[in-house]
Design a protein around this ligand. Structure first.
Ligand code: BES
Ligand code: MN
Length: 505
């Protein structure tokens, strides 16, 4: 998708589709909406007076100009109530418009910058939200469908971003560049998660990640099983044993160009990338097993955040560690009651081979120590229990460091990838006690997400550390006004914003 920022007025835009917006509760159009309303002889005022369109967030109205405007169609996207408006709403309104455009098969459109006028958003922020939302809302996984149908509708090719105020053009342009890098990275993460696991094996994941990472100047390194064995990553390798596919440990590093390295913060992101989770010997029930291709959502988000950070040359030293393997049953697979030794020497008794995510993260968290990071954040589709606790819209945040926690909560509010703070309740550590090893890796059904987080802490080192459990948000079940069902890309934009915060802005 190409974005062109242009100084201009909506009433002059010659385009197949012109997107403007409307706040909920508006009776008298103003700004761009007013200009369009006047050209259409008060048509929009009529619709609003009749109460047929309310401007609710996600609510769109499609009108045809009948030659009264150079634009063939006008799409109004609702911004919701002014009191609730912010960057997340601007992004959603843009996404809703893009979904409509995509459904119409419109390939070129022109749009105002939602929120930059009456909404009071900073022009850079509004430009970013517009482009991010348009990319996210216009997303569709192409997959392997051969027949025609929705999937073969053309993608939006070109978006003209109209800004009437010449003084704001440069700022909008700056936001557009950021939004494009971040939105494209997030959609790439969605593609990786949506990809069937027979195509996206650990090695194929590594290949795709390295290809894209190298293109934006990230340093890359991929460890195979032999190298991991030499290092002593017995926890990850234990999980990999059941699969014929070789496990991969993908290391990405962003060292900013043209920036003084002194005083730069180092942030390590650690992602779980189980390309398919059968549960292993503790095999999962058949019914919903197919969804377990999303067990690499954390790894995809990690890769995407690093890619966006590198393409924008964020002034932060960022490391991405992606632990990739399948979790399969097999003659050589790990068994409940086996004991493995992690990279830091700690021994772990396996209780359920379906609790494989924490095993691969354990070694990856230990590996992070070699960078002496100022903060470590892991992200994983770790527990079904987090969905029971928080439902389908909130990711679980486990963090005892106030600064890191606030930065993550703030980033999530900003990107609309909402997090909720959960307890790292120390007394539950006893639930991981066992006779056969330093610890067992599960603590029972009750508080299952908390004991999983307490397990990870054993490998996280002394620096500020946070764990994001995205098991219930990585996959969206149904289409909404803003997004298509399937992989959500949750975490990609949030982690990018976290890196941005560590870079000082
Ligand atoms: N990938 C799953 C987590 C998951 C479960 C995501 C359900 C989405 C829906 C993870 O590897 C897993 O299997 N977790 C187990 C842990 C348990 C055995 C302690 C779970 O939550 O059931
Ligand atoms: Mn599992």
């Amino acid at each position: 998708m190409q974005f062109n920022v242009k100084q201009g007025f909506v009433q002059d835009a010659a385009t197949g589709l012109l997107v403007v917006n409307c706040f909920e509760g508006v009776t008298e159009p103003s700004g761009a909406l007013k200009a369009v309303d006047q050209a259409l002889n008060g048509l929009i005022s009529q619709v609003l007076a009749a109460g047929d369109y309310q401007g609710k967030l996600g609510e769109t109205l499609l009108l045809y100009s009948g030659g009264a405007l150079p634009a063939q169609r006008v799409l109004i996207t609702g911004l919701g109530k002014p009191a609730d408006f912010g960057v997340a709403q601007a992004r959603k309104a843009s996404a809703a418009a893009a979904r409509q455009a995509r459904d119409l098969g419109v390939t070129r459109l022109a749009t105002v910058v939602h929120g930059a006028g009456q909404g009071g958003l900073d022009a850079v922020v509004a430009g970013q939200a517009l482009v991010e939302g348009t990319l996210l809302g216009g997303y569709r996984y192409r997959g392997y469908k051969r027949d025609s149908g929705d999937n073969n509708k053309p993608e939006i090719a070109e978006v003209t971003v109209l800004e009437a105020d010449p003084g704001k053009l440069a700022a909008v342009q700056q936001g557009v560049v950021i939004g494009q890098a971040v939105g494209e990275a997030a959609n790439w993460a969605r593609d990786l998660v949506n990809e069937p696991p027979n195509y996206l094996t650990p090695r194929e994941l590594a290949r795709r990640v390295v290809e894209r990472a190298a293109a934006v100047g990230l340093k890359t390194q991929v460890l195979g099983e032999a190298e991991m064995a030499e290092l002593g990553m017995g926890s990850l390798l234990g999980i990999a044993r059941g699969s014929d596919e070789e496990a991969q440990f993908i290391v990405l590093e962003h060292v900013p160009q043209g920036v003084d390295g002194q005083g730069l913060a180092t942030v390590a992101l650690v992602g779980k990338a189980i390309t398919f989770d059968t549960g292993g010997i503790s095999i999962k029930p058949a019914e919903n097993m197919w969804k377990m291709k999303d067990a690499m959502g954390g790894g995809a988000a990690t890769a995407a955040a690093l890619v966006a950070a590198a393409s924008l040359n964020l002034p932060v030293h960022a490391v991405g560690l992606i632990a990739a393997t399948e979790n399969m049953p097999g003659g050589d697979a790990i068994k409940p009651s086996d004991v493995v030794t992690a990279l830091n020497g700690k021994t772990v008794e396996i209780i359920s081979t379906d609790a494989e995510g924490r095993q691969v993260l354990a070694d990856a968290l230990c590996y992070a120590a070699r960078y002496q990071p100022d903060a470590v954040v892991d992200i994983a589709t770790l527990t079904g229990a987090i969905g029971i606790a928080l439902g389908p819209e909130l990711g679980g945040l486990f963090c005892d460091d106030a600064t890191l926690r606030d930065r993550l909560l703030h980033a999530g509010e900003w990107t609309g990838e909402s997090l909720w703070s959960m307890p790292l309740w120390k007394p539950y550590r006893r639930l991981l006690d066992t006779d056969a090893a330093d610890m067992k890796h599960t603590g029972g059904r009750l508080g299952g997400s908390i004991t999983a987080a307490l397990f990870l802490r054993e490998f996280a080192g002394e620096q500020p550390w946070a764990h994001l459990d995205i098991a219930s948000v990585a996959w969206q079940e149904e289409n909404s006004a803003f997004a298509v069902r399937g992989a959500s890309g949750f975490g990609a934009r949030l982690l990018f914003e976290l890196l941005r915060a560590y870079g000082g802005g």
